[in-house]
Design a protein around this ligand. Sequence first.
Ligand SMILES: *[C@@H]1O[C@H](CO)[C@@H](O)[C@H](O)[C@H]1NC(C)=O
Ligand SMILES: *[C@@H]1O[C@H](CO)[C@@H](O)[C@H](O)[C@H]1NC(C)=O
Ligand SMILES: *[C@@H]1O[C@H](CO)[C@@H](O)[C@H](O)[C@H]1NC(C)=O
Length: 441
Amino acid sequence: MVSSTLLPAAIAVLFISIVFYTSPCASFNAKTGGDDFSIRLIHRDSPQSPLYDPTITAADRAKAAAHRSISRLHYFQSLISASSSLMDIAPKLTPDRGEYLMWYHLGTPPVPVYAVADTASNLIWLQCLPCKNCYNQTQPIFDPSKSSTYKQILCDSPPCHEFESVRCQEDGDGCYYGLAYMDGSSSMGVLSSDTLTFEDRMRNNITFPNLAFGCADDNSGSFKGSGVVGLNREPFSLISQLEVTRFSHCMVPPFQDDSGSRMQFGSNALISGGKTPLATDDSTYYYLTLEGISVGNEKLTIPDGIFKVTENNKGGFIIDSGTRFTMLRSEALDELVKVLGEKIKLEQKKESGHIFQLCFVARSFDDLASAPVVTFHFNGTDVVLPQQSTYVDAGDGLWCLAMLPSNDVSVLGNFQQQNLNVGYDLSAKLVSFTPIDCATF
Ligand SMILES: *[C@@H]1O[C@H](CO)[C@@H](O)[C@H](O)[C@H]1NC(C)=O
Ligand SMILES: *[C@@H]1O[C@H](CO)[C@@H](O)[C@H](O)[C@H]1NC(C)=O
Ligand SMILES: *[C@@H]1O[C@H](CO)[C@@H](O)[C@H](O)[C@H]1NC(C)=O
């Protein structure tokens, strides 16, 4: 818990009412209209990433990714299980557990910003000068005083009147927001608006004036990177502000040149192949209905209902851009480990970090090529995981099942979404999957 001065109700009112709010100071009129666009996604460990560290091995990357996945799961659990506290509303952003980055330009003149693309976050935010507390980032920190189109969302505006009791008395006329995280991290700043520009894959600039974002000047804890682009369905996300009803992404596996990884919005989005309905109208997470899992032709014996969201918001199955490895309820993962262990005739060995549950000794990935495939059965479609999206190189000649246990919510990680076109149709309330070679498509 970071700040007891933040009142969840006030934040909720702000978040809801601001969508309908227009004033000469800050109006939110950014919409895609005909501006459909497609932007590049960069995996954090790709050589093109500002976070790339050439000194660490693939195996260390896999372990670091596993730790990030576990932290993110804890973060989800803390949010989902908090029912009536600050945690329920305030911390819907994600600290640096993100995986895919996107570049954009902000302000006039435009300055480059990179941020984590996060389907489970509700706000665009970045660090801003002058900082009370900022963590180090590789890019210069955004300086709003240098942007002629920057505006603060003002405290005397109707939504901020509700918000005032929270932070306004402390800080002039800026409308302060605060985000607190279970791990003690926090991010606070002033709600603002400015012109945001994406460079699409054809190198055209697509510009959105007056996009609302959080200008964070007081951050503490475990962040990295320069911010987040929230892509869930809450009012302040990029998706809601642009009134995007369709988007899709295709992620290239990391051992290939990942310059083909991208996210497409509007009519550029590809909604095709097998479709499964969104399981709930929850606007924070994209829940799907996972009905079962198979290894080869054998359906696993998994207790009924373990992937369903309960009435008190426990469990469920989320599709997420920001979790690396799929997190499965232990009842399911144990069974999957058991059956794969029986069917794959390779020597098994514990990996030294004891993170992964099932590892095989293999000379190369090819030894696993003939292993039976894992299929996730969603309501309406099956997703067959290619071997490259099932096993990860854990070093020391070990290849490990790239899935980790959860005792609550399950998450489809982005490692398992590689070489799939994943489409979100928010009008039809469905998600689509098509196997695609994202590098060449
Ligand atoms: C941040 O950068 C400054 C200056 O380069 C450096 O002295 C400091 O150790 C860095 N802090 C962290 C946490 O990396
Ligand atoms: C897009 O905007 C960036 C930032 O201002 C600029 O460097 C780039 O040249 C622009 N590209 C085009 C095609 O206008
Ligand atoms: C499966 O999806 C259909 C719509 O495609 C829906 O009517 C049905 O209720 C769903 N079943 C479950 C168990 O969610």
